[in-house]
Design a protein around this ligand. Structure first.
Ligand SMILES: Nc1ncnc2c1ncn2[C@@H]1O[C@H](COP(=O)(O)OP(=O)(O)OP(=O)(O)O)[C@@H](O)[C@H]1O
Ligand SMILES: [Mg+2]
Length: 262
């Protein structure tokens, strides 16, 4: 369980307010792998990313980053481990009061290890990578949704992470915006980055991943290739791909008892 160069979640459970969000969840993400985590809204996908980043602590189980169990780390050592990882949050989460360039350089500036000139060069390079060099002095409010996502990707790349997590990277974008984001992700994978994506956009999931984990009611119910996923006989997986009358009925029932159903 403690091998190098991978992310391992070993029987991780996470309970909040007496509610079980994850139960005995296992994930093994090898370096260079491109995985997508699937599951209906509210099932716990973002929670998984926050657990890996150490922003949330598991109620039980262990999480290893390159062989190091992060649950036992002090905040200072955790910061070192976090440097290997970056997340593009659902919605981008840019700082509204900073320009695009400042958003991208912010983390490096905070770390204080590089000169301003070095940081500026990195900011230009990363914004060039996502095609946003001309937007360097704009504020997030002046960007379109697709540009915000690309700025968020540039920011995540600033510290040159090994592992990049994408939380719903294409939600709300038009087909061209979706294509642009997919191409950026594929280019990063071509550079050897390990990517973990959370999405319900199957087009993107299939474009950028070769392995899939599916969560249903707090548990991992499927893990495998695209072919295995599409041929799966697991009821929750099949329903996800082809919702029908049954899904509508369950949804209506869930409305009255939201907390326990979802
Ligand atoms: N701090 C919290 N306190 C209580 N419940 C929480 C908290 N954070 C998340 N939850 C609950 O945990 C569940 C999982 O949330 P999470 O954001 O991980 O879902 P998700 O799969 O990412 O959903 P979506 O696809 O809509 O983004 C949700 O039902 C949410 O209501
Ligand atoms: Mg989410």
């Amino acid at each position: 369980m403690s091998e190098k160069s991978c992310i391992v979640m070993d029987k991780v459970s996470y309970t909040v307010g007496g509610r079980s969000i994850l139960r005995d969840f296992d994930l093994r993400l090898e370096q260079g792998e491109n995985r997508t985590i699937l599951g209906v809204s509210g099932v716990g996908k973002t929670t998984i990313l926050k657990l890996i980043l150490g922003l949330l602590k598991p109620s039980s189980g262990a999480i290893f980053i390159d062989g190091i169990d992060i649950s036992g780390l002090s905040e200072k050592t955790l910061t070192q481990t976090r440097k290997k990882m970056a997340i593009v949050f659902q919605g981008g989460a840019l700082f509204d009061s900073m320009t695009v360039g400042e958003n991208v350089g912010y983390r490096l500036l905070e770390e204080g290890e590089l000169s301003e000139a070095e940081i500026e060069a990195i900011v230009h390079e990363k914004l060039g990578f996502v095609g946003l060099e001309k937007a360097i002095d704009l504020y997030p409010a002046e960007l379109s949704g697709g540009m915000k996502k690309r700025a968020a990707i540039a920011r995540s790349l600033a510290a040159d992470p090994e592992y990049i997590f994408f939380d719903e990277p294409t939600t709300g974008l038009d087909p061209i915006g979706v294509y642009n984001i997919q191409q950026l992700m594929i280019r990063l994978q071509g550079e050897g980055k390990t990517t973990l994506v959370v999405t319900h956009d199957m087009n993107t999931a299939f474009a950028v991943s070769n392995r899939f984990s599916f969560i249903h009611e707090a548990r991992l119910v499927f893990e495998g290739s695209r072919e295995e996923l599409q041929l799966s006989a697991i009821a929750s997986v099949r329903e996800f791909f082809t919702p029908g009358e049954e899904s509508l009925f369950r949804y209506v029932e869930a409305e009255g008892d939201h907390e326990t159903e979802r």
